[in-house]
Each structure stands twice: as structure tokens, then as C-alpha cells.
Design a protein around this ligand. Sequence first.
Ligand SMILES: Cc1cc2nc3c(=O)[nH]c(=O)nc-3n(C[C@H](O)[C@H](O)[C@H](O)COP(=O)(O)OP(=O)(O)OC[C@H]3O[C@@H](n4cnc5c(N)ncnc54)[C@H](O)[C@@H]3O)c2cc1C
Length: 399
Amino acid sequence: MGSVAIIGAGAAGCFAAAVLKRRSTGTSITIYEDGPRPLVKVSKTGGGRCNLTNTFEGVTDLSKVYPRGTSLMRRLLKGFGPEDTLRWFSEEGVKLHVEEGGRVFPDSEDAMEIVRTLERALSGVTVKTGCRLVSLEKSGDVFSMTFNNGRTERADRVLIASGGAQKGIPFLRGIPTVESVPSLFSLKIDDSDLKALMGSSATVLLRLGGFSADGPMLITDWGVSGPAVLKLSSYAARHLAEKGYRENLHVRWCPKMSEEMLRSFLGPSVMSARKLVSTPPEGLSSRLWAMLVERSGLREDIRRGELGRKGLSRLASLLLDDVYPVSGKGPFKEEFVTSGGIDIAAVNPKTLEAKSFPQLYFAGEVLDIDGVTGGYNLQAAWTTGYTAAVAIAEVEKKV
Ligand SMILES: Cc1cc2nc3c(=O)[nH]c(=O)nc-3n(C[C@H](O)[C@H](O)[C@H](O)COP(=O)(O)OP(=O)(O)OC[C@H]3O[C@@H](n4cnc5c(N)ncnc54)[C@H](O)[C@@H]3O)c2cc1C
């Protein structure tokens, strides 16, 4: 039996170590972690509640939940999918429940329960903290690793699970990477109409640079956020980075209403004598509706019957395509994942072993795989960690 080094004690690295230890008890496994303790990010996930996976119910197009790494995830999820995650954590004693959108959380609502569960599963694994890998060399069949504390260690197999930050992989040479850009962020919009509505939300359809996403949008003090915006930021992550986060955001208010339905709602009716602002369409708050009426250039006190053909057209056009210039992305703390990393074409899709470096494996966000919010990113960490661990265990059996 040989020795395995895992770089990074995050979700992917720790899960891989736990799986490998159980499959290959005689293997010496060491996790090297830059930070002071393992699983720091997991403890912060889901606002401290840890949305550890998703049921994937209703997901018919995997590219809508994994905009990068779609085909690799399609393949790997067959080996370790969400039901496997549910089973694994349940067998470890974690009680789980499903919330809206298929999001899975521990009943304790405490991400630390997931951290403690993984830590328990690391029994027999050595974890060395405060060790940042700064150089990786291979001589014959053995890897030589140098850490920031000056120590050099050796291993027969290495699994890189160093997460999404590009700064984590400068030690890799000759393995193709895709430039890292942030994903899952809110959009900065300097618009006084919107700012006045801080705290309001509505279900909308958003379009930006050829990408679209629907769902709830939250108006904040710096722009817009919420599920639809985060999804859009994921789909358009690379495009927005290329544009320097300056683009036009097209908002379709009341997306459930067709243009015809909107025109008929705004047209002559039994409500003609009532003030337009006091009769918002379904799904729009009175405040938001009043802003849109004003934004379309109509008088605040206009009655529905006074709208006229031009007024009706202006308001309908605004509801169908309201444009806001984006001037940046939300603050750093809003960035949940990184798109980019190790090019998935550079790894064997069955084992996640580097095609050009035998016995070097990858798992987690370090790969160019990322998902939208809802538990998909942690699922990718479990899935890829499992895949690499099983592949390493197979090799260990033969030595
Ligand atoms: C605030 C927040 C909330 C989130 N909430 C959710 C959620 O609820 N559900 C969900 O699915 N996803 C969520 N995510 C995303 C999810 O946490 C990540 O996709 C996932 O943790 C990635 O796991 P990983 O193991 O690949 O990387 P990480 O968790 O980032 O772990 C990588 C580890 O490697 C270490 N490292 C880096 N470089 C080196 C080096 N050179 N040497 C040694 N160690 C190194 C790092 O210190 C780190 O501990 C959230 C992310 C954030 C930031």
C-alpha cells in the first residue's frame, strides 16, 4: 500500500479522504491544508445552515445547474449522485430535509454538524494544517511536495482539491487551466428609481448579453440580487468578466403574462375609473408598480381609463423590457464560487486523473466545474471527491 497526499481540506478533499480511507484501509493518507483548520468554507455554507445537495427534481437540462462542466457532471453523477449524498450523510447519522427548490439541509440547520460528521469520517487520516503547497515535482513514480513552511514531503499519489481560488494552483505547470472568474454575485446598478425600492422583490425574467434567467429578484441598496440574478451571473460569468461587468440588464416584469395578457390587463375594463397605481398586476407590489408607472412617464394620479393608446403602449413596453445599465458586480462577500480552473479536457473523465501526469488527480472547485446556487456546488465537490477517491483506491489495490 502506498501514500496519498490530498491538497486542501475543503469539502472535496475531506470527502475524498473519508471515502478512500474506507476503501483502502492500509493506505497512508495525509491532507495538507493551507488554513488553520479543515472545512472552514463548509461551516459558512448556506448562511451557516449548509445546503449540502439538491434533489435535482425538475432539472431536465443539466447545463442550467452546471453551466461549466455539464457533460462531465452528467457522467460522474451516475457514479455518485444526490441520492448517494443523502444516503452517505444519513448513514453517518445526519437527519436531512428538503426545502423549496429541492435544496437539502441538515435538520439541525447547522453547517457545523456537516463539518463534525466529515471530521469524524477522517479517522485514520492525518491532517496537517498551516501547510500551503508551493511546489510539486515528480521524479520517477514519486511526487515531491514543498510547502510554505519549507518542508518537503513525498507521496505516491496526489489529489489536488485546493478550491476555486487561482492562487491555490500556481505549483502546477503544464496542465491546461481556464482563467478563473467569479460566479454567483449580485449586480451593481446605479439607478435612483430602483434604489428607492430597496428591500422589494418580484419574480422576473432577466436577460443580459444573450443569457437569461428567471425567478425572484431582490432590490438592494447597491443594485439587484436574489435567485434570478445569481443564476444569471453564473450563466453570464465569463461574458460579464470580459465586459468589465458593464452590460445592460433587461428586466421583464410579470413574466407569466404574455404581451397580449398585459395589454388586455391595462386596457379598458371595469376598473377604468380607478387610479392606475392602486391596481398593480398580480405579482408586483404597490411600491414597485408605482415606480414603474412613474418610470414610464405617466402621472402618478392617472386613472386606468385615461391611459390612452400611447400610455398603454409605453407601460406595456416597459413591463416587457425594462433596461438598467449594470456598472459592476456586488461586493466580494457575495461571490460564492469561482468559474474556471483545471480544464476538464485535461483530466480522464472516469478517474479525474491528469492525462499528462499519471497519479495526479483533481476534485472540487479547482476543476472548471461550477453550479448555480441550491446545493449543486457542494454536490460537485462530493461527486468529484468520490470519483477521484474510488480511482485512487483501485490503483492502491494493485500495488
Ligand atoms: C459563503 C459561501 C456559501 C456557500 N454556500 C453553499 C451552499 O450552501 N451549497 C453549496 O452547494 N455550495 C455553497 N458554496 C460553494 C461551496 O462551498 C464550494 O463550491 C465548495 O466548498 C468547494 O469545495 P472545495 O473542497 O473544492 O474547495 P474549498 O472548500 O475552497 O477548499 C479548498 C481548500 O484548499 C485549501 N488550499 C488552497 N490552496 C492550497 C494549497 N496550495 N495548499 C494547501 N491547501 C490549499 C484552502 O485553504 C481550502 O481550505 C458556498 C460558498 C461560499 C463562499
